[in-house]
Structures are given as structure tokens and as C-alpha cells.
Ligand binder design. Sequence first.
Ligand code: BGC
Length: 723
Amino acid sequence: MQGWILKKEGYDANSAAADGNRFLCANGYMGLRGVCEEAGKEQFAAVTLAGVYDRYMDRWREPVNAPHGLFVQLYFNGMKMGPGNRETLRHEIRLDYRDGVFGRDTDFGPVRLQSERFVSMADCHLMADRLHMRILRDGLLEIRTGISADLWDINGLHLFDPQCRTGETILCGAVTGEKGISVKTTQCVRPEFRAEEAFEEENEGVFRILRRKVNRGEELVLSVFAAVSTSLDGAAWEICAEECCRRAKKKGFDACLREHREVWDRIRRRSEIVLEGDEEAAFALRASQYHLNCIAPRHAGNMSIPARGLSGQTYKGAIFWDAEIFFFPMFVHTQPEIARSLLEYRIETLPGAMRKAAEYGFRGAFYAWESQEGGEEGCTNFNVVDVFTHRPVRTYFRDKQIHISGDVAYALRSYYEITGDRSLLENGGAAVILECARFYISRANTHADSENVDYADVIGPDEYHERVTNNAFTNRMAVHCMESALELKKIFRDRPEWFDALLQERGYEKDWAALERLIPRIRGPVRQNGIIEQFDGYFQLEDCTLETVRSRLMDPREYWGGDHGVAGTTRIIKQADVIAMMALFPDDFTDDEVERNWAYYEPRTEHGSSLSSCMYALTACRTGNPDRAWDLFLRTAEIDVTGGGKQWAGEIYIGGTHPASNGGAWMIAALGFAGLRMKNGEPELHPNLPRQISKLTFPITAKGKNLTVEVSREGAVIRDRQT
Ligand code: BGC
């Protein structure tokens, strides 16, 4: 595991789900799980589409998988070849983080198959595979290749009424059950050998059979091109996949790969952090940057990134606060057009957020906790299944995690501050901030006998304590959001008529006055001996260790939160909460305060979410303790190298890649170790290198300028960069 290549030797059916995530290939439009060509649903094969959702029966909505066009199954003398076969002598898979090329090398006994494939960054509809088959025995080789519908669907079926066609370009089109979205996969091949050709159409897809008598020592090469398009892709969608396939076949595999690599190279260079001093950490950082870059939407301007990226259907393919708080920082500092896309998605889904607020009896915008297309709320009332009773557990994430609207506003304001680009605010962003602020006005709990204003019945980032009052993080986000609404007036001070017209258009006169009155009355953090109470009454809960809580579990998959969860009555928390607030609002707290709260909360944190460690690592750097951050950094950066992270919430599978950790790793390295901060619109460095790192070099863009940051023991500089 050196340099840029992740490798796995041998085949192990038990790790197929995790390997599918670790070896993912994706291009923002679709994600092809890291499985071999012959894999089906048993091996968790899937081609997950970004932004296409469907509901099957009364199950929860999830992203749709396209039929898989790079399917290839070999038969030798009628015997099916697979890496799990008894005869298989050697099997290895690889993923190159430089360009997202997935490779395999399997010695089946009679045939050795080596292949390389990619999901194209140059043409978002295309994926391609080139197979080299070295024949080791005389016999009859049959290559069954085509478009397979045997895919891993968690809540499937999603595609109905399949229409298949055979010929030079084979095709399989179908329609989603709920909204009638058409999904089409096409495939064509370029064999560099002669073979008898036949076609098969069946329930599992449409296939081409290439049959040939082979002799020992022969080498056969086959290129396979597949393309996907959907009726959401615009006017030309119907011919798009076929044309893409035909074009690719004409160009050939090498030319397509070259184009793909050129684009990857540019992407990589725009965000790559070169870490010197610790090869294992450098490798993990490359992995996390690969994983975040490969799922970023580059084909459309108003899309965001789901919590498990494009690695499958877990977490309903939905957009969480992960996007604004964890993915956004890397993009806004390195590829602002992607940061912009994430926020344009929120601007476009404002009507959905306003509908959700109204549904709960509030005004303004209450963003979906798990947002799908159009801002539709994907989060259900029951997100966990109890392992003992097998009954769904009522969770309140959807109803009570109100910090989400503040998180969206936080990113919108940061976008403006970091890029200096006001156009996003002008084109809907200011309206989003105003509507989110209006939500916090209407959601506030005032009292007849007191000036204090509370946010009661909420859930903070720590989901194990539901329905609490005055969660410090939530209150701070709400205040920041309302202050950002007021700040807009200053941002647009040179366009007062435009801004007044916006307020008028949104019927905001009374709300403006309400903001000014409300902000100073909202309960700020309550401290006891310098420790901020996470929410009202938290200090009254049982104070026990993580080990004690863990020892009370009767089943390792048991859910720790909810009504009967083991953590709920204790001070043990799922993930950074007070500390996340300190990381996001560094100027509110002194180093001493951060240090004391860190020492208090870290041992009480399960880090049961992949969003947790990076917040602790960032705050440890801030207080000059980068060595404390080191293990948390490794844990964050390595998660998709090792296939770590929680796999289950009760009985529900929640595995996949971890874009929030991937973004978190960038944050720790750039904002923590290098100490990058924006001060009055200019980047500054406050380095905190841990002893393991001798030097960090990385590109950033700030206010439209391309810069290089270099931090080493000798010093820290920000230089202009030629692109
Ligand atoms: C975390 C949330 C997060 C979600 C998606 C949950 O386990 O508690 O904070 O948004 O996963 O990553």
C-alpha cells in the first residue's frame, strides 16, 4: 500500500461490501462500485446515479442504480470463472488514486484475466474496460458480456418495463416506478480477435456471447464501452448514451483513457496536499482526496453530494449537513465552482425547505435533514430498526435537527467571504439566508415572564440525545444565521435599492425588526467551571465512561440513541457537538476554553459518526496540540482505505464511502496543521505541524487568486501560483 495504489490480494466474500466502497470509481454523475466484471447483487454490484431517486412500494426513497454495462463473465469449457472458484490461483484488485483506474488480475487456472477500467471524467456518461485474457490451456472460451440488471438494490425494484435491443450497440432501457424517469444503458465492444457472436435477452439483462476455440499461449484483448443516460439529462438524452458508446468505440480505449486521465490530472492538481514525513498518512490523504473529488458534481451546476457519495444507496443517497460543513471547505478553497454547485442546490431547493417549515407550522425555510431532489425530505420517522424487537424505532432527526438551516446559511456566508464572489448571494443565496433566519424567528420559544429566548425540543449534532432544549451548537448556528441576514445589508450597502426590493418581495419588513430584537435574547452557552453544557440538563445525566456504556450493550448492533438507547441517560455523546461549535466559531472562544472543553468532551465522545474526529482534531490544532490531533487525523483520512466506520445502525446497513471524513482530512491538514484562516478577506497561516509531518504543500484559491501554501519547520509562506 505505497504511493498511489490501493491493492487487495485474494478474494474474500465477507469483505465484498467494504471492498465495493474502497475501490469505488465515480465521476459525479455515477458511481461504479469496486467489484469485478462478473459481480452481481450477491457481491454488491451497483452503478449508482446521482440525483435520480425512486420509491419502491412503501419503502423509503433511495437513489436508482442503472443497469451495469461493463458486465463480463468468462466460461472455459462451459465452466464459469469467478475469483471465488476452487481453481483460482491468484486474485488481486487495485485502484489508482491518481486517475481512478481500477485494475484486476485473476489467474483462473485455464485463463489469466487482467483488466483496467474507469468511469470517465472526460465524458460523464461513459465507462470503459479493457480486458487482457492470456490463455493457459487449450479449450473453448466463452465471453458473456452485456448489460446486467442483477444489481444490489437495498429497497429495490426501481426499474420497470425493460426494453432491450441487440446489435452492434446493445441497449437496455427501463422506467422508474414512482416518477417514470427513463434510464438507459448502452454497450458496445471492440474485440481484437475473431469470435462467433450471439445474443441473449433475459430477465437479468441483455448479453452478447463471444465464443472461440483457444489455444494455450494466445492473448486476447477486448475493450468494452458502456454509457448511461436518463431522461433528466436534457433534450438529447435519448440518443446520448448510444452516441457516447459509438464515439468511444471509434476512438478506442487508449484515447478515451487518455482524455479521462487529462481531466483527472487537472482535478487532482487543484486540491492535492503533498504531505512529507509520513508515507502512511500521505497515502491516506491521497485516498480521501480521491474519494471526495470523484463524487463531486462536475456535469451540472446545481447538484450536491450525498452523505455516502455515489457508493450505493445507504443513507438514501440524501444530502445532509455534511455537504455544507464537511465537503464545502475543501471545495471552496480549491475548486470554488463545486462549492457553488453545492449551494446552488440549496438555492434551488428553497421552495422545498419552505414547504417543510410550513408543514411543521413555521415560517421561512427549514431544510430537509436528508434532502433529495427538489429539496424533498428523504428522512423518515423511523430510521433505525431495533435489533431485539425488529420494530422500527421512532427517531426525530427529521423534525428536530433544526441546525440544518443555519448550516446552509453558514456555508453561503463563507462562500462569499472566501471567494469574494457576491453573485451567488444575488442569485438566490441572500433569499436563502433571509428565509432560514425567518425560520429561526418563528421557531424560537419566547416566554411571557422572561426575556430569555430558547430553542426547545431540538437535536444537536449529537443524535443520541433527542428532543433537548438549548443545544449550544444549535443556538449558536441560529444566531449566526440571523446575524448573517442582518449582515446582508452591509454586504449590499452599494445596492440598497436592490436589497430593499428583495426584503419587500419576501415580505420581510416585520421580520427585520424581529431579528434585531431577538438575537440578543437567545440563550448563549451556559458554563460550569468553564465547561459549556451541551444542552439544558446535560450535567444532570449519569457521568460514566464510554466503556461502561459499551458494556451495557446486549448486541453489538444495538442503537445507542432513541428512547431506550444506552447513551441517552448518560453524558456519553455520539459525535462532536460543543467541540464542533468551537471549531466553526473559533473567535468566540479562548484557547483555554477550547482546551478545557476538549479535555472534558473527548473522553465522553463515542466518535460513532465519521463526522466527529475531524472536529476534535481541528480544535486540538488550534490550541497548539497537533500531536493529539494525529491519531484523529489518521482515523479520519484512512477510513476509506481500511473500509472502516460504522456499518450498522440497529438493523440498517449504513456502510459506504465517507465523504465527510474525506473532507475532514483536508480540513485537518489545511486548516488545522497548516492553520489556514481567512482574515479580512486574506488568507493567513497559523501552522501547527505535528512531529510526524516535515512539510505540507498545497494549492488554494482565494478571492479568485491561485496560490500555493507551503508549511514546514523552516516557516510558512503563501505564494502566487501559475496554473
Ligand atoms: C450523523 C449525522 C450525519 C449523517 C450522515 C449520522 O450518523 O450523526 O451527523 O449527517 O450520519 O453522514
